[in-house]
Ligand binder design. Sequence first.
Ligand SMILES: Cc1ncc(COP(=O)(O)O)c(C=O)c1O
Length: 419
Amino acid sequence: MKENQNHENASFKDYENPKDKNIYQKAELFGQYIANWQSRGHWNYRQVCLSGSTAEVILEGEPDKIYVATVYNDYLGLSQHPAVKAAAIAGIEKYGVGVTASPAIGGQMDFHVEIEQKIAGFFKREAAMLFTTGYTANTATMQALFKKEDLAIADAGVHASMIEGVKYTTNVKTFLHNNMEHLERILKGNQGKYRSMVVVIDGVYSQPADLAPLADIVYLCKKYGAFLAMDDAHGVGVIGETGRGVIELHDAYQDVDIITGTFSKTFGHLGGYVVADPELIEYLKYQAAQHIFSVAPTPASRCVLKSIDLIDEEPWRKVKLWENINYLKKGLHDLRLNTEHSASAIVPVIIGRPGLNAEVCKLLLEAGVYANQIGYPAVNLKSARIRMSITAAHTIDHMDRILEAWEWVKVKMNIKNFE
Ligand SMILES: Cc1ncc(COP(=O)(O)O)c(C=O)c1O
């Protein structure tokens, strides 16, 4: 960031490594940036919630106001399910609140093995392993498997954790989001130049909210001899007849070398998983640093055994989720708002200009809708957006309240179309 640059036109990225600033100086500079946004009422990050990740929430500072929350990725509403809560409590009662050791040296409990077997079976595969978060599942797996002799080819929209994971290959190429011609060009141009090539994708992309064309990607990987890694954090529970995610749409269970995901969204808890062939999983259990040198998930995570079952036992949740999504999207389109190519439970509204985006977010909050503003570098500057996550715990009344809030914001700002 240049000295005296206007903080209003800056983004988080400008404060990552400002020239000649030591750690305190760069923190001070970033503090000025936050203060500038706060002075306009545009800083909506790290709001303190007093009521849990539910469809209606109470936020600190407004104890008498009930907001419709669209910030939680609790797609099937399982974080509040009585049976899931009971399973977490039973896990704590039996094993205590923590396991206090890494899986390699004492921390592995029988329920960890049970979860591994269950999540592997969920994807019709034989083996899986756990991490404490989805983020570490991605970084650890990619770092352990791919090194500087290898080439990673990532969709431009993949999650930050995948990019972090493949950095150590030092050979990372990105292809334009979901652009198969571009992917093929890179695969073709690099065939034989590296020990191995791995294509890295998400199933559902968390910002565009669209889906990977998995069948085409599998075809290209086979054609050019590349491995395939897919993180479907946002697809599981939401996409596919039985909620197995994007992999189910293409019956590609055996075609993805490395399937990763998280228990922090649809499953309502936290923790990451990797599903792959048994020999890869066995290797990772002793070579993935974030697994060997880090504690195993807590006994409360035993609740995900119940969450996994509930995807099959209560299919009405996915039906309700899609009823909500379709109703909301139709209403937003009637208001001439652009939800881009959203085909999942993430519904973005494209605003386009960063300053405007923050003002919209502030006004939505005023109107009782708690949503997230997403700007650069998570998306490019012209794609600034409000992002809403819809769940089965929402009702049609909630969708109406969200639509009324958008209508009010448009009138208040005297704007026909945001972009
Ligand atoms: C696509 C994707 N992968 C991985 C993660 C990280 O998951 P976790 O919250 O379990 O670390 C996220 C979370 O935002 C995500 O959106």
